[in-house]
Design a protein. Sequence first.
Lengths: 266, 329
Amino acid sequence: MGNILEIKNLVCGYDGKEVIKDVSFSVQSASFTGIIGPNGAGKTTLLKSISRIIRPSRGEIYFQGRDIFDFKIKELARAVAVIPQSLQIPFSFTVEEFVNMGRFSRLGRFQRFGRYDREAVAGALFLTDTLELKERKINELSEGEKQRVIIAQGLAQEPQLLLLDEPTSHLDITHQVQILNLLKHLSVQNNLTVLIVLHDLNLASEFCKELILLHHGRIHKEGRPQEVLTYQNIEDVYKTLVIVKENPLSHKPYVFLVPKEIKAVR
Amino acid sequence: MKKIIWLYLCACLVLILSCVFSLILGPAKFSLKELIAALLNPHNTSSASLIIWQIRIPRLILGLLVGAGLSVCGATLQALLRNPLAEPYTLGISSGAALGVALAFALNLAGISLPLFAFLGAVLSIVIVYNVASWKKFTNSTLILAGVILNSFFSSLVLLLFGLLKSSKIQNTIIWLMGDLSSFSQSQLKLVAAFIILGISLLIFLGRDINVLTLGDEKAMHLGIDVELMKKIIFVLASLVTGACVAVSGIIGFIGLLIPHFIRQFSGPEHRVLLPLSAIVGAAFLVICDSLSRTLIAPLELPVGVVTGICGGFFFLLLITKAKKWEIF
């Protein structure tokens, strides 16, 4: 399997202030990669430049060997779907109408919504377990349901790469695990490449095959969770004392916090 | 699907009724029989035939066009600015267009330059409002505040301009600024009709894009829209329609607010349904308002903007009191 995404010496930020300072990495096709790091490390900025919202001031981003800025906007939308942290939807579209919009990039100006489009939407609704919400208004759903519907819209784009910015941060653990299970399933079954920003180190550890630990706009460490989530790395980056143990079932590292009183006793 | 057909049927029924209503009512009242007789014999020289064909039908057509145009513009602006209170009037776009018309008058221009200057005035207002909206500090309600200020600023400029040039016409100008369907020239009707119909059709054609743009710039781009380009195109079309409406009817407020909100209750926000339905019902609504404005204080006439203003003012209050639903304030 080749690299679907390659980032070379990326420098970017807002209003001349550099947030990402020289980041290079590549993402393998059909992999599940997590981006972690403390607040302000540049996780969201990195994702925004990969999804073309902000133009890098230096460096290149290649998707399938082509510079992403050489793609037409519509062409890129057929290959890359982006799930934001939260989405304000001012009008009460039905779930079906909303997911249908995922087909926008696949439809020509004069082309009608066809049978294949309907099937793609039905498939996306099925995968995200939102078929029964089809007729409901999107603004009347719970946060967990809404996030699943937003993911369904992304899947209706039939992308090869799915970029997600902390898609579970507003959800309780049931929905967090449910959504990450879904993404994991998709990456294995449908050869979907997933690049996801996560806040929660333990979720990242359990679900991601590869992790990228960002710190002050640079990659502090990248590799398998066992290599990245060591107490030493976490202490360096988060300035917090932790203990890392192995989850007895999954054998993935698990990060325990150490409260101040306990530190004092020891 | 069935529901949509029913909605269209109801809307068309309302439209036909409003047309009949407006042809019958006025300083001279006709019976349905007289109306049909007059409609069937356009070249008859009876007074009924003359009044209906020479006066009421052109005015009816104008009312239909302006009502449809302003409603579609309202729905479009609400979608693009993601603001439920947006419409040509509350954003000051209508008064920008009015300023354009006043300038054209001042320069002694006529014909196509009236809607053209109105269009330029509308574009100017949209550029101001849109840039204000892009500043991070501005919330939806401050945007409307900016629109209201723009509105009174431009209206004052219009009055000043007319006052300096032809102070005898100032009375007419005030009426025109209130929104008025009685003082248009028939030669303008065809031209303006072309602008409005073209603009509305293109906006409906772009309904799918407008749907996606309601999700905000970033999401719209990720779904495959060239956001900057599409927004420009859509704003230009909305300016064109608003400009054409204002050039012939002055500033008629609140239709663009009332009608799309009303229709959305039934059709939902899918713009390929919402826009055509808004056009039909908006046309009917303005025609009814116009009939009322002709009869309420007969034999005198009210500017139609007074009637829409009264309906719209109440509705505006209603909207901002249940604003929580929109999560905007």
